[in-house]
Write a new protein. Structure first.
Length: 250
């Protein structure tokens, strides 16, 4: 017995529209998922963390200056903040061993910001390696142990930096939320920039002397974080507590 199925033009049109809609829905979901693929990374190589899955990480860059770092530490202590990550330039750390010691004693994590404030995108591989090695020696002399994190001094990096850092045993750390505090746009603007932070984000702040408004903005930033019910962790804790996210670097 033979069976025949007959579709009229209207039914065929409806089926076609359904198939097209299903295709675009699947494509949209695929692209959305692709955008969330876990930091900046080489295709098959090391990754640079810029966010995690949960909690929130405050990070402070210190590359130069004598007067802004301690007020930041004073504020963190007053606000009972137990977890933060400080990325320190080797040259600065060499000149401020007492502040480095205080950061360690107060339980904060230390990452490296290279030695000199140089743009790793502008220098050859050997000079990147030399800058990292020089910073390593400084922290070794200061008895700062188990540094696992590296941030490119200017924030600019490519796959060369990722590969070189990996050879030295470091994970490159970027950020998702830039407070832009180094521009000194006003306390309220700094707070507003950080208000965008959601769980899993790494926040960039500065404790160098160029960031003149950060210490006064910090209590307001912390108040907003508490209102959101977000827990502060170090970058290493964030990485350990969940999958870190990345985007491919060409």
């Amino acid at each position: 017995m033979n069976f025949f199925f007959v579709l009229n033009g209207k039914a065929l049109k409806n089926v076609t529209l359904i198939l097209i809609a299903a295709f675009f829905t699947a494509w949209f979901l695929y692209m959305e998922n692709l955008a969330q693929i876990p930091v900046f990374s080489t295709k098959d190589g090391p990754k640079a963390v810029y966010r995690g899955e949960k909690d929130l990480a405050l990070t402070f860059n210190i590359g130069w200056g004598d007067v802004k770092a301690e007020p930041i530490l004073d504020t963190l202590k007053k606000e009972n903040v137990k977890s933060a990550t400080f990325f320190l330039g080797g040259s600065w750390a060499e000149q401020h061993p007492d502040i480095v010691s205080r950061i360690v004693k107060e339980g904060y994590e230390i990452g490296m910001l290279g030695y000199d404030y140089v743009d790793y995108m502008d220098i050859e591989d050997g000079k990147i390696s030399k800058d990292i090695s020089k910073a390593q020696e400084v922290f070794k002399k200061l008895n700062v142990k188990d540094i696992k994190l590296l941030r490119a001094p200017t924030g600019h990096f490519d796959k060369r930096t990722l590969n070189i850092a990996h050879r030295y045993g470091y994970t490159v750390v970027h950020w998702r939320i830039d407070s832009k505090d180094w521009k000194n746009p006003g306390i309220n603007k700094i707070v507003e920039n950080v208000k965008k932070a959601q769980k899993g984000d790494i926040i960039l702040l500065h404790a160098s002397d160029s960031a003149k408004q950060t210490a006064k903005a910090l209590p307001l930033i912390l108040e907003n974080i508490r209102q959101k019910g977000l827990k502060l962790v170090s970058v290493s804790e964030m990485i350990a507590n969940g999958e870190a996210h990345s985007k491919e670097i060409k």
